[in-house]
Design a protein. Sequence first.
Length: 434
Amino acid sequence: MSLRQILLVLKREYMTRIRSKAFILATILIPLGMVAFVGIVIGISVWDSDTQQTIGIADQTEVLYPRLEEMAPDRYQNLSDLTQDSLRTLVQQEEIDGFIVLDESHIGGERDPEFISSGSGGLKLQNTLRTDLREVIRNERLARANVSEDVQKIYESDISLTTTKLTETGKETEDDTGFLTIVGIIMGAIIFGAISGYGGLITRSVIEEKTNRIIEVIASSVKPIELLFGKLAGIGALALTQMTFWVASLLGLAAAAGPLAGLFLSEQMSNMPQASQTAQASQGIDPEIFSIPAIETSLIIYFAIFFILGYLIYASIFAAIGSAVDSEADTQQYMFPVMVPIFVAYFIMFQTMNNPDGTLSVIGSLIPFCTPIVMITRIAITDVPFWQISLSILLMIGTFIGTMWLSAKVYSVGILSYGKNTNWKELMKWIRQG
């Protein structure tokens, strides 16, 4: 096997594709598209926060409505002088979004309040109403029980949790679990998309060369194994180039856009009534979330390692699939078993988000075909023992050697086979012959 020949194939694959208009457009437009998507999501969140529903309250107790009005004066309207039929008419005429009739049985706990509406507001409104009613009824019960103001304040107070991370050296640092969870999910999703996308690119490339008979010319001067290594390395280098540009662009744009988004949201919230500001904060809408904590260099290094190893494992398989068929339509019977572990890893990734040290997450991160997606998510969220990281890397290297050995045997026979429908039995025969 000649390193020079491999480098020649690598250069051809890399230079041919990096100069293509499709590659240049995708490299530039995808980061801009992602930033635009995030901007749209933020804009929708801010715009949607201005939506206000009007809820009529028929308070027969004469004590609950003042408490509700104090909590959210823009949401609740006192309609105690109207009958239920009149309230229903207002709902049907869309003058109010719904109404609630409150009486002594609700304070006593004999019945639950009933919210009658036209269906507007959705779950968010229902949860808000449920929380508000629970609080005002509880406070009224405490007041009637002659509970002291100190005890009432204890019931009304909220308990928050401040999290701090203790490093191995004993130093206390800010715990950015929420942010790092998002980073881990994004990294796992990027590897998932990259493996699928670039793997498909390799398959199509091999099929195209077979269809155009270019492979016959190349194979006359380059050994199949050299061609396979060069093709994987060339498209892998292309992937690294594109990924580096994307990550650098997104980090730069996020660093610039984060403070601007936080400033914009702070200005929007400052113009809201105090009650609305409190409601937004209780729903997790905080301008501080747009500040970007530092990402450790080790996480970026591990991302590169698992991306490269994951790419090599699956790329060798995709190349073998491309050599075994004559058209892209014929790849379906082979693609399904290859894509199954990728999707399994993708679903385990979301379980890892909730429990990165759970049995499923640990086992999934040590299965070589799932490791790239699951392990990087775990590393981002929690402190993974170094032995697990080392073991997963060794297992992936061993798996790559095995898949490369099998793929090379299939590739050496398949690239020169035409007009023949292959099946799994035929592939096993090629492996024995290769």
